[in-house]
Design a protein around this ligand. Structure first.
Ligand SMILES: Cc1cc2nc3c(=O)[nH]c(=O)nc-3n(C[C@H](O)[C@H](O)[C@H](O)COP(=O)(O)O)c2cc1C
Length: 259
């Protein structure tokens, strides 16, 4: 009896059965937890938006703080105007999900300095923190190993920097991963000029140790990630990014906000 149970056939059968049970368990957990994961991702994004507005959410209800302070608005990047809904995927500012944009709501890029995979969405959600006079722009671009996803906060009147955060990337901890460090992020709170009077992008993220006055000092030992941040910032503030929204028709944000 013991011999039969220990047979090669039984060993394989037991292993196969265990594999099936485990895979069913893992798949069921993954599917069952997806909505909670999505919710946590949304909350993390909100936490990051609050953080670039210097709203401490560590001890508070993130959802409530977000609702009390932040207004999401949908922007047509081409025209620089606010819109209520995307034309094809019918998304609003509150329901916006980048991954659910229709293919027709992307623009093919002839030049792709930020490394966006050759295409850019036509619509984006920006966040207005009226009390702090801040505007939070979603930003992303290629580092060395990964795409960096984050938010840049700028002053709503003069567009100087107020804060930056990267909530998703896979750069090396201690090297490119320092984009997330307080030392790097605190520089963005120093109100550096981003655009000149003509709306031209003037902000520079310099190689580590080489920043001039008004520039952001890059990451030591991580020149490629640093260059990635420099390029993505210039891209998103420039004419192909939020430029038309920020300086379209020569207007300042405070005028745009009334529309
Ligand atoms: C294991 C490993 C991980 C690295 N990670 C990064 C990184 O995340 N970002 C980056 O720009 N450079 C990274 N580098 C360094 C780059 O390969 C390259 O040498 C560096 O960007 C040049 O920066 P430097 O001119 O400041 O030395 C890494 C190198 C090694 C060996």
């Amino acid at each position: 009896m013991t011999k039969a149970r220990d047979s090669v056939k039984n060993t394989f059968l037991t292993t196969a059965l265990l594999c099936v049970i485990c895979s069913v368990f893992v798949s069921a957990s993954a599917v069952g937890l997806r909505s909670r994961q999505d919710l946590n991702k949304q909350l993390d994004k909100k936490k990051n938006i609050l953080s670039v507005c210097e709203i401490d959410s560590s001890n508070g209800d993130v959802q409530r703080l977000f609702e009390d302070n932040i207004e999401a608005r949908l922007v047509d990047l081409q025209t620089g105007s606010y819109v209520e809904q995307t034309p094809d995927s019918k998304q609003t500012a509150s329901s916006f999900d980048f991954s659910k944009l229709a293919e027709s709501e992307f623009k093919t890029l002839e030049e792709d300095p930020a490394g966006l995979g050759g295409r850019r969405e036509q619509f984006e959600v920006i966040y207005v923190f009226q009390k702090g006079n801040q505007l939070v722009l979603p930003i992303r671009g290629r580092g060395l190993w990964s795409t960096l996803w984050g938010f840049l906060s700028i002053d709503a009147n003069d567009f100087t920097t107020r804060g930056i955060t990267f909530y998703s990337h896979a750069e090396t901890p201690g090297l490119g991963g320092e984009v997330d460090s307080d030392a790097f992020k605190s520089q963005w709170m120093e109100e550096n000029a981003t655009l000149d009077a003509d709306g031209k992008v003037i902000i520079e993220v310099a190689k580590a140790g080489q920043a001039a006055e008004g520039e952001i000092d890059g990451l030591a030992g991580a020149t490629i990630t640093t260059q990635g941040v420099d390029k993505l910032i210039k891209y998103w503030l420039g004419p192909d990014g939020f430029g038309p929204f920020l300086v379209g028709n020569g207007s300042k944000f405070s005028e745009v906000a009334r529309n």
